[in-house]
Design a protein around this ligand. Structure first.
Ligand code: SF4
Ligand code: SF4
Length: 184
């Protein structure tokens, strides 16, 4: 896949995650567990843009805690206790300028050699609700998936923080799933 189509795919996936996430809200009890347990990658351009757009102190915090990520062309921000250094009292100090990876969480857009990018959903309190709806959407399409996703929801319904378990979101299901959410 050429560069232009890859980036179109990336933007398309971002817009789909936003169309899904607008139907859900994070429970207060979660207390930003993702920012404490999941280290976010900033693409280089996004990292530079963030440094320009945030207040001076946040920019200094970001700069002094940024290291090269394992993902090519990315940085990650990590403090001495392995958390995002931009989280203060369970609030993001750059919320309006937070990177795409934070805006799409618990969805993760990952590079894929053939498809350009793919989409997974990590497990956390909000994603249990998404999986429950996804199972409902599957009910009339594929009963095996319906049963499997319901089992996941049952197993994790009382989860109170994020977890490395993930499910793959098939891109050809996304538009139909969003339509299902709009009608709910
Ligand atoms: S871990 Fe999930 S539910 Fe908790 S704040 Fe992050 S996205 Fe929201
Ligand atoms: S930049 Fe903000 S939203 Fe993203 S991980 Fe850090 S504190 Fe959380």
């Amino acid at each position: 896949m050429d560069r232009r189509r890859r980036f179109e795919k990336y933007d398309w996936l971002i817009s789909k995650t936003q169309s899904i996430l607008k139907h859900y809200s994070c429970p207060e009890s979660c207390n930003a567990s993702c920012c404490k347990h999941h280290i976010i990658d900033f693409y280089r351009k996004e990292y530079e843009k963030t440094l320009k757009n945030v207040d001076k102190e946040s920019a200094n915090i970001l700069k002094s805690n940024a290291v090269k990520s394992e993902l090519e062309g990315c940085y990650k921000a990590i403090n001495a206790v392995g958390q995002c250094p931009l989280l203060i009292n369970s609030k993001c100090r750059i919320y309006n300028n937070r990177p795409e990876a934070c805006r799409t969480f618990p969805f993760v857009i990952f590079p894929d050699m053939e498809a350009g990018f793919g989409l997974t959903l990590l497990l956390c309190p909000i994603s249990v609700n998404i999986i429950q709806d996804y199972a409902e959407w599957y009910k009339s399409v594929n009963s095996t998936m319906y049963n499997q996703l319901n089992t996941v929801c049952e197993q994790y319904k009382n989860i109170d923080k994020n977890n490395d378990f993930c499910i793959q979101m098939k891109e050809h299901n996304l538009d139909s799933f969003i339509e299902f959410l709009e009608k709910k």
